[in-house]
Design a protein around this ligand. Structure first.
Ligand code: FES
Ligand code: FES
Length: 904
């Protein structure tokens, strides 16, 4: 045995041959060391060796012998946070917190000196954060505090810290995989190397002969039940077109077989030893080609219902008379715009652990945005009652819609059920994510738009083709969203739209922040700018003239009345703010040199807060014997800060500090039902549930007090930790004790439904410079204004918008999943990039001053829509700078310079 000193503690252990330090430390149960890539690209695994930071996934474990290894757990001393931990605390420089350990280990090291601080784009190039947009991390490094005091009764509207801050920053927070379980088995899958193939045979013999391999499962072993991996309340909105394991592979990366072994290494060896005989089938990748007669068919029509061959569904509608509207137009613009396939890249990959508990039930610990919906699907697939399955989350390291999908829970549960309830873990690699998780739907949108000379729209015709890839999860819903807000944002009497969702042999699409609306917002906002240019009208003015106003019906292409209306209306303010800020400027000049062109662009986005289909959330609140409260919510906390916001909502209603309300989330045994945390529902549905539950709690306490004391109810009121009752002050602890005597439990549960929905807006302004020869783009000024009602936690809302805007810049300028005949050629973070610090401009974030009449405590949704106007604003700025319309994402230099070269 060798000796390793980790955080001052000596361990006698021997790493496996070839084992990296990251997995070795985690084997020692040092779980503060995280994994985002295992390839040196993300920095989540950063530890110190003799005080110097290293990516531990790149360091052979044996090199740690005889050296002082320090991880995030070893940074605080004598109960005092390290100054950098304290700085991250005060600035709240994290959201999901999954990157925080690595960020802190990098920036807290002695090597990170003033010169590094002065050059953060280089100094932080080895650490990626997908949530924050880096602004709050800069705040931490500059010693800025973003938090306010937690005052009883004033929680709502205060910038209070995340309640799990200290646990996250000291490495004590437990994410999905941060647990040691005795007897744990490991699951790995073989993924298809072919875009379309039938499995003729799978030979398991060699795999089963590998020491440690305990089982191999193929399509012949698992229940043959069709389902969809998408998580929705109504399972009918997604096609049942997927099997747990199938005998036909429809995209490169589809799982073919699962190997279960005593170690991860044995499971991987087992996967490599499987011998599969494939019959290669013709494949189709382009959705237009897939719609042609004679195109290879993806699904057997006897099993999967699609409308027409590979066309899974078509949505269409018309209001008014579009033909007449175009005749009345003075100018008509028509163009096709397209958006690219990108992935969520939540830093914590998918993963689940399933086991049989002492209670005889099945337990699934998972990283999910919808554990209740997962439970329903698992029960259906395994053929057991839902009550026998418990699904729960621990801390979730980011989601962005990627975990609104059941992709990692079914196989471990199935294997555990087959293997006497032994715990089975499936932790995805980053490559698993790129090959096997879902992406944003690639969409192509043709827009035809007509207007009078003064800019008044007369007709709008939109044609969308959505490539859903091999399976239809989220396909119809994202198309419905695509045909919704972006079109409904503008008043026009004559609107028409047709949209098709098409199966191809590409990686499947799924839900992703912005959910279809991002794609058509890109097209619509570029088209509005093109139309404005045609008419010689300012881009802000054409939007002011046509954007929907209070009193308008919220109309897209369907005649049916929508349940969405204006609980508040702040788009005018957002437009004014962004225009004023861009006009004022920020003093940043374009680089020197005649080849740099400068341009300004803007775009707006509208969001119906919540999906049009049913969504429900419950909350339970209890008064505890010590006079504090316990809140249980079914929604998932994944870094969007919903736990903080829910505590603030509850605390403000019962008049205490937020810290006097503890919270648990997303657990099918311990929290009330929640459809899932997606589609902008965390505040407006789950938050509403918390709001009415806290009101019921307050009423229950006051009612009991009045009955108990004989004082009139209207003379009783809550006052922090007591009830003022006439001229008496009765402590909540006393009331709780009195309640216990008469079996009054001070426990209330309420449920909220989505409808009616309110509407939020976002406006993005961009000034940029683009190099005509190299295609390099530099963002000089970035301004974002959001109409999100009353911010429950302004710091957190700003952080959500920072992250959403950064993701928008990533989509526009950096991220690029490159496929060749269905094969992803760059399934690594270093090649299929997400924005690093150097790629992410600072954005000035502003809020419109609105208080919503529909959302809880005046709030609206805020985390989702910020991404939507960014890419079109960039395209509009590029058009302004160069006169060239870049209509197809992404705007990577290689794609820009060739077009710019032709234009000059
Ligand atoms: S896990 Fe080591 S750098 Fe990403
Ligand atoms: S907070 Fe940085 S990845 Fe989530």
């Amino acid at each position: 045995m060798s000796n390793y000193e980790v955080n001052g503690r000596l361990y006698s252990a021997e790493p496996n041959p070839g084992q990296c330090l990251r997995t070795f430390l985690r084997d020692l149960e040092v779980f503060g060391v995280k994994k985002g890539c295992d390839a040196g690209d993300c920095g989540a695994c950063t530890v110190w060796l003799d005080g110097k930071p290293f990516h531990s996934c790149l360091v052979p474990a044996f090199r740690g012998e005889g050296r002082k290894i320090t991880t995030i757990e070893g940074l605080a001393k004598n109960g005092e946070l390290h100054p950098m931990q304290k700085a991250f605390h005060d600035a709240q420089a994290f959201q999901c917190g999954y990157c925080a350990a690595g960020m802190i280990m990098t920036t807290a090291s002695a090597a990170f000196d003033e010169a590094h601080k002065a050059d953060l784009p280089h100094a932080l190039k080895g650490n990626i954060c997908r949530c924050t947009g880096y602004r709050s991390i800069v705040d931490a490094l500059h010693g800025k505090s973003n938090i306010e005091e937690d005052v009883a009764g004033k929680a709502c509207g205060a910038s209070l810290p995340n309640p799990f801050t200290d646990a996250i920053l000291t490495g004590k927070a437990r994410y999905t995989m941060d647990i040691a379980i005795e007897g744990l088995l490991h699951l790995k899958v073989l993924r298809s190397p072919h875009a379309h193939a039938r499995l003729k045979s799978i030979d398991k013999t060699k795999a089963l002969a590998i020491p440690g391999v305990v089982a191999v499962y193929t399509w012949e072993d698992v229940p043959r039940r069709l389902y969809s991996t998408a998580l929705h309340e109504d399972h009918l909105v997604d096609p049942d077109d997927t099997y747990m394991l199938d005998n036909v592979a429809r995209f490169v990366g589809q799982r073919i077989a699962a190997v279960i072994a005593e170690t991860e290494g044995a499971a991987e060896a087992g996967v490599r030893a499987l011998k599969v005989d494939y019959e290669i089938l013709p494949a189709v990748f382009d959705p237009v080609a897939a719609m042609e007669p004679g195109a290879p068919l993806l699904h057997n029509k006897n099993e999967v219902v699609s409308q027409n061959g590979n066309i899974f569904c078509t949505l269409q509608g018309e209001i008014g008379d579009v033909a007449k509207g175009f005749k009345e137009a003075d100018s008509v613009h028509e163009m096709t715009y397209s958006t690219s396939r990108v992935q969520h890249v939540h830093l914590e990959t998918h993963g689940s652990i399933a086991y049989k508990g002492d209670d005889g039930r099945w337990h699934v610990r998972t990283s999910s945005q919808g554990p209740f919906t997962v439970r329903g699907k698992l029960a259906y697939l395994m053929g057991v009652p839902a009550r026998e399955i418990h699904v729960f989350t621990e801390r979730v390291g980011g989601g962005f819609g990627g975990k609104q999908e059941m992709v990692s829970e079914d196989l471990p549960l199935f294997a555990s059920m087959k293997l006497d309830g032994r715990p089975v873990k499936w932790e995805w690699t980053r490559e698993d994510e790129f090959l096997g998780a879902t992406t944003r739907h690639q969409m192509t949108t043709k827009v035809k738009i007509g207007a009078k000379k003064d800019g008044t729209l007369t007709a709008l015709d939109v044609h969308v083709v959505s490539n859903t890839g091999a399976y239809g999860n989220h396909a119809s819903e994202t198309l419905a969203a695509a045909m919704g807000c972006a079109i409904a944002a503008y008043r026009c009497e004559n609107k028409k739209g047709v949209g098709h969702v098409v199966y191809t042999n590409m990686i499947p699409g799924g839900g992703f922040r912005g959910y279809g609306a991002s794609q058509t917002t890109f097209a619509m906002e570029c088209a509005m700018d093109d139309l404005a240019r045609l008419l010689g009208i300012d881009p802000f003015e054409i939007r002011r003239k046509n954007v929907v106003r209070p009193g308008d019906n919220v109309e897209s292409i369907w005649k049916e009345a929508s349940d969405a209306s204006f609980g508040s209306h702040g788009i005018d303010q957002c437009l004014d703010i962004v225009e004023k800020e861009l006009t004022k400027g920020n003093g940043v000049k374009k680089p020197d040199g005649e080849n740099w062109a400068e341009g300004t662009g803007m775009a707006l986005a509208m969001l119906e807060c919540g999906p049009p289909t049913e969504h429900r959330s419950g909350a339970e609140m209890k008064l505890l014997p010590d006079g504090t409260y316990h809140l249980a919510c079914g929604s998932s906390e994944m870094g969007q800060g919903i736990a903080t916001a829910h505590k603030q909502i509850a605390a403000s209603i019962v008049g205490v500090r937020a810290r006097d309300v503890d919270i648990i989330n997303a657990d099918t045994d311990r929290t009330p039902y929640d459809t899932g945390t997606f589609a902008s529902t965390g505040t407006v549905v789950a938050g509403k549930a918390v709001h009415i539950t806290a009101q019921a709690m307050r009423d229950d306490i006051l009612d009991f007090t009045a009955r108990h004391t004989g004082v009139d109810l209207d003379k009783c009121r809550l006052d922090n930790d007591a009830v003022i009752c006439g001229n008496k002050r009765i402590m909540l602890t006393e009331l709780h004790a009195e309640g216990a005597k008469v079996n009054h439990r001070f426990t209330v549960t309420r449920r909220a439904y989505l409808s009616p929905r309110t509407i939020a807006f976002n406006v993005q302004g961009v000034r940029l410079a683009v190099h005509r020869i190299t295609g390099e783009v530099r963002i000089l000024h970035s301004v974002h204004a959001a109409d999100i009602g009353r911010p429950i936690n302004p710091m957190q809302c700003r952080g959500q918008l920072d992250g959403a805007v950064a993701m928008g810049y990533g989509w526009a300028l950096v991220e690029n999943m490159v496929h060749d005949e269905g094969h992803m050629v760059n399934p690594q973070l270093r090649n299929c990039r997400v924005p690093a610090f150097a790629d992410t401009p600072h954005t000035d974030i502003f809020f419109a001053d609105t208080i919503d009449s529909i959302g809880p405590l005046g709030a609206k949704s805020q985390g989702e829509c910020g991404i939507n106007p960014v890419a079109p604003a960039v395209s509009n700025a590029l058009a302004n700078a160069t006169g060239v319309r870049f209509a197809h994402l992404p705007f990577t230099p290689d794609r820009l310079f060739s077009k710019l070269a032709k234009a000059t």
